[in-house]
Every structure is written in structure tokens, then in C-alpha cells.
Design a binder for this molecule. Structure first.
Ligand code: OXD
Ligand code: MN
Length: 588
């Protein structure tokens, strides 16, 4: 039975059902009874496997098709009326043409299947900052993941209005040649077909909370960012918040759940996770920037997560979690992945569903992009403000990337405009983990390259406009790089919990409690102002980490000129001026 009488919702569902032709339609009310029934059904068909309920209560395992293991950026489209509104960094197709193409793929795609109707909320249901969506899907796996990642069910159906985001997902044949992840920002619509992998099908996450929401934010005066949100509590008990953006493979989840080094713990420092991936940012009644995490769970990469690297993430996965494409340990019916511990199971099934012996196999057992979908409330360091509808006030915005030599450990931008420039030139060097050449600089402005739902240069303009609104209440903007290497290629900075040493300086800067020295690229800490006690890093090494190599930066400037050319006339003048000013400072 429908959970709402909202005509806009019901008419749209009728239309989608007429096209996809499911055998039946089931509304997701979010009740434990219904979730339990769906889990049982998924286990009966082999779509999921129930794990050891003593060790991993309410945890399940799922394997995707082997050709369907990651987000597909080359098949992700922004379909707005004018191509110039999508910009040079997005795939675009005329909406009429795309709707027609998709119609063919969706017609009859749910024959013999059930269409689940998931009313979901991004943000606390009923809060003025929440936004609602409906996802229609023929996958129980999607329903169960959405019920972890977002708030779902009757409470959402009760408040949903006509401006809901429409999401249609059909697994169809999981045909990679006909896989499409399509956004129609002008219609509040997302359509995903021929995939069953998380990032392509959990439509509340990247599709809504970043691509559609960034477009809404531009038009409504707020921001949707690919940022973690972290609270840092000092020994005085004061919690200060920052939001931080990193491209993938830069330790974002680890930073979001950081454990302070012992020296800091003893003094009373604590760190609280508000969000690990996405931040919605608005100007609050006090004129400051406030952030909330629109999600309800973590969709984290499993490999490398362990008791040392990220105990909080690991503990988050010990109940109510869905594991995707990890190793199934048959001895105790649990899960394993590379980097969990040094004890891979001998009697196991790999992510492809084949028998696997971790003691002898030369192949990886878990897919490198295998995932856990875990309720955020499981996280031992989840912030008390996680459910606060107003969110948290942000003192610092932090950008970062993986740079072997160029970027110093930390620097502060000279102004908001300069900070937007710093975000726009964000980059990471490719590692051996990715295919292709090692050390190639990949620009990923604000870590939004695959997630910005409109023209990237208009997005930068929006950042500049937000700065004008915020005025002197704007957060300070910083850049960090945990990945400087020595001449042998070893990381110099210990990273992980020790990153708090840098965050301490960042937050002190926001409250006029720390000094800085001016360099050509921005403000840096005085080396003595970073607490190195028990870090294993000495002052000279820290000075090296803070070094700015003029010749490298002059090369960098050339790369930025080249990158900026892509954006043509739309590139905000402020950014060109910042680039010119940097060039001038470097040649002094
Ligand atoms: C993610 C991503 O999965 O950024 O969070 O790719
Ligand atoms: Mn992400």
C-alpha cells in the first residue's frame, strides 16, 4: 500500500511502473520487520549471505557482478538543456535524447521483478535542511543499503513534498555497454540502469547528495561538498569543527575517525566524527558557515581497514553491516580483506565467488574497491551533534591531495578568494595502485571533479559568492599534504593520528591562537609551533616538510595555466588574478 497520498509522488511512480512493468510494487516503510523479511528473501535467492550472527550480528555479505565493481565516470552524465551548463568536466547529452535512450533500456526491465519504493531523507527528517527523495529499485541489496546510508520509511513519506528528487534504478542485465548513471538537474531526476554497484545505485549518495545537491546549492545559496566533517575537542573541552575534501586514496575515512596520538590523549584531546564523505554547508542565522552530514551510514573501502589504521571504522562494521566483494571466511562464516590482519583464511571464497586459500593464493581475495555499508551510529567516535538538525559551525575548510614533493605539510590561504584558488588547483599524483603511469598529476578541484552537477567554473564562482556572503565570518581555508616523500620514496610524515598535530595548528589559526610565516604560496606554521612530542619526527624534518620549492611551484603554475584553459570565458577573474599573483610572488 502506498505510504503517501502525495499526487506528484504517486503519478510519477505510476509512470515509472508503466515503463518498467514490475510484477508488484512494495513500499519501504523502514520497519525492522520489513527489513528482516527482505534480508531473509535476499538470502533465500543467494543475493546475500547471512554471516556469523554471534560475531557479526545482523551482518550480511553480497557479491556484485565481476564487471560491476566501481563507479563508472565515463558512463555518468549531466543532462541539462544547454551543454555549456554541464561544462568541460562532465559528460553531457541532450535531455530529450537521453530520456529516449533510457526509455528503451527501462521498458519492461522489471518484468518478473518487484519494484521497491524507498522514501528517503538526506539529513534529519523534518529539519529545515533535510531534502527528500524517492528511489525506485528492483534490487533488495539497494533497499537494504539505502536503509543504512539514509533515513528511510514512513516518517519520510509523511513529510515529502512535490520537490522530491526522483530516482529510478533498474539492474536490467548488468550490461556494461548499456550502463548509464544519468542526472537531470533541471528535473530533479536521477536514472541509473545496468549496474548493481553501490556508488552507481545508492542514489542518495553521490548522485543526489553531491551532483543534484551541488546544483540545488548553487541556485539556493548553499553548498554540497565532498567533505568529511570533524570535531576536535581540546583539553579545555571546547569542540571546534572543520570540513575537509580529499580525492580518493588520500586517507579521508581515516581522518574522519582519527584517534589522537597517546601524547594528545593523555592531555585530554578527543576527536569526533560528524561525517566521512559529504557535507552540506549553509550560512547560519549567526552568519557563520554550518555543516551537516546528509548521510546516515558509511560506505567505506574495506581493504586496508584494520585495528591500527582505523579501529573506529572497523568497529563500525561489527553489526548491522553489509559487506560487498570481500573474502568470505568459511571457517567461521565471517569476512576478511587484504590489510585486515596478517592471517588470511585458508578456507574461503574470494570476491568473485571462487574457492580461495589466503595462505597460498597469489591473487587478491577481496576486490580493492570492496566495501562495507555500516550505520554511522555504530562508530565509537560519532559526534553528539551527528543528529543535530542545525549541524555544526565550521571554523576551517581543509583541502588536500597526494603530492610527493610540491605541496608542504600544511599552509593557510591568504584570503577566501585565495582559498578558492587553492581548492581549484587541488591535485593528486597517481600511485602504483591505479592503472597508468605513476606520478602523473591529476587535478581534482575540491575533490568534486566526478561529482559537480554543473559547470566547474560556475561552481568556483559560487564558492566566491559564498565568501562574499560570509564576509569576515568565513572559515579559514587550508591545504594539507600527508604524503611528502624522501628521495627513496618513503613517506616522511607519519600520518594517521599524528595528523592531529597539524589540525591543532589549523584550528588555533582560526582563533588567533597561533602565529604563521608568510611564504609565496600562503601562510605556514613556524616549525616550533607544531607539537612533535613522541611523533618520531624532528624539527629539521618538519622544516623539510614545510619547504616550498620555487622551481617545482613554477612548474606547477604552468600546469595550472594549462588546466584553467579548459574553462574558457567562464573562469572567474579572481582565480586568474590569484594565479598571476602566485606567479609574481614566486619570481620575487
Ligand atoms: C567514494 C568516492 O566512494 O569518493 O566515497 O569514490
Ligand atoms: Mn567519496
Amino acid at each position: 500500500m502506498a505510504l503517501t497520498t502525495n499526487k506528484a509522488v504517486l503519478n510519477w511512480i505510476d509512470e515509472m511502473a508503466a515503463m518498467t512493468q514490475p510484477d508488484q510494487i512494495v513500499w519501504i516503510d523502514g520497519s525492522d520487520t520489513q527489513i528482516e523479511q527482505l534480508r531473509a528473501q535476499a538470502c533465500a535467492t543467494g543475493e546475500m549471505e547471512k554471516l556469523n550472527q554471534q560475531l557479526l550480528p545482523d551482518c550480511y555479505l553480497h557479491r556484485t557482478a565481476v564487471n560491476d565493481v566501481a563507479r563508472v565516470e565515463d558512463r555518468t552524465f549531466i543532462c541539462c538543456k544547454k551543454q555549456e551548463d554541464a561544462g568541460p568536466t562532465n559528460n553531457w547529452m541532450d535531455p530529450e535524447e537521453m530520456y529516449a535512450k533510457l526509455k528503451k533500456l527501462y521498458t519492461g526491465a522489471m518484468k518478473g521483478r518487484t519494484m521497491y519504493v524507498i522514501p528517503y531523507s538526506m539529513g534529519v527528517v523534518g529539519s529545515p535542511f533535510a531534502k527528500y527523495g524517492i528511489e525506485l529499485t528492483d534490487s533488495i541489496y539497494v533497499v537494504l543499503n539505502m536503509a543504512i546510508m539514509t533515513r528511510v520509511g514512513q516518517a519520510v513519506a509523511d513529510v515529502i513534498g512535490d520537490d522530491f528528487v526522483k530516482g529510478l534504478h533498474a539492474k536490467a542485465d548488468i550490461d556494461p555497454e548499456n550502463r548509464y548513471i544519468v542526472h537531470f538537474p533541471e528535473d530533479n531526476t536521477i536514472m541509473s540502469v545496468n549496474s548493481g554497484y553501490g556508488g552507481n545505485v545508492l542514489l542518495g549518495k553521490k548522485c543526489f547528495a553531491l551532483r543534484i545537491a551541488s546544483y540545488l546549492g548553487k541556485h539556493q545559496g548553499w553548498m554540497a561538498e565532498h567533505m568529511l566533517i570533524l570535531g576536535v575537542e581540546n583539553p579545555q573541552g571546547e569542540v571546534r569543527y572543520l570540513a575537509a575534501a580529499f580525492p580518493s586514496a588520500c586517507g579521508k575515512t581515516n581522518l574522519a575517525m582519527l584517534i589522537p596520538p597517546e601524547h594528545y590523549r593523555k592531555k585530554g584531546w578527543k576527536v569526533w566524527c560528524v561525517g566521512d564523505d559529504i557535507a552540506w554547508l549553509r550560512v547560519g542565522p549567526d552568519g557563520r558557515l554550518w555543516a551537516m552530514n546528509p548521510e546516515y551510514g558509511f560506505f567505506g573501502v574495506a581493504p586496508g581497514t584494520n585495528e591500527k589504521s582505523n579501529p573506529n571504522a572497523l568497529h563500525s562494521t561489527r553489526k548491522g553491516t553489509i559487506f560487498t566483494n570481500v573474502v568470505h571466511n568459511l571457517d567461521d562464516n565471517t569476512v576478511w580483506w587484504e590489510g585486515l590482519d596478517k592471517n588470511p583464511p585458508e578456507h574461503a571464497v574470494d570476491w568473485k565467488g571462487n574457492p580461495w586459500n589466503g595462505k597460498v593464493s597469489t591473487e587478491k581475495g577481496a576486490h580493492p574497491n570492496s566495501r562495507f555499508t555500516a550505520p554511522a551510529k555504530n562508530c565509537p567516535c560519532i559526534s553528539a551533534e551527528f543528529e543535530n538538525p542545525a549541524g555544526v559551525p565550521i571554523s576551517a575548510l581543509v583541502f588536500g591531495g597526494r603530492r610527493a614533493k610540491t605541496a608542504p605539510l600544511v599552509y593557510q590561504s591568504r584570503s577566501w578568494e585565495h582559498g578558492v584558488f587553492v581548492g581549484s588547483i587541488m591535485a593528486s599524483e597517481t600511485t602504483a595502485a591505479a592503472t597508468g603511469a605513476v606520478g602523473v598529476v591529476r587535478r581534482d578541484p575540491m575533490a568534486m571533479l566526478p561529482f559537480c552537477g554543473y559547470h566547474m567554473a560556475d561552481y568556483w564562482q559560487h564558492w566566491l559568492d559564498m565568501g562574499k556572503t560570509l564576509g569576515d565570518k568565513a572559515p579559514k581555508i587550508f591545504n594539507v599534504n600527508w604524503f611528502r616523500t624522501d628521495d627513496e620514496g618513503h613517506f616522511i610524515w607519519p600520518g594517521f593520528g599524528d595528523n592531529l598535530r597539524v589540525l591543532e595548528w589549523i584550528l588555533k589559526r582560526c582563533f588567533q591562537e597561533a602565529d604563521a610565516v608568510e611564504t609565496a604560496i600562503g601562510y605556514e606554521p613556524k616549525a616550533e609551533d607544531i607539537d612533535l612530542e613522541d611523533s618520531g619526527v624532528d624539527l629539521d624534518t618538519l622544516k623539510d616538510l614545510l619547504g616550498v620549492d620555487t622551481a617545482l611551484w613554477q612548474e606547477e603554475v604552468k600546469g595550472i595555466h594549462e588546466f584553467y584553459q579548459k574553462f574558457g570565458d567562464k573562469l572567474p577573474g579572481e582565480l586568474t588574478r590569484e594565479l598571476d599573483a602566485l606567479e609574481a610572488r614566486l619570481s620575487k
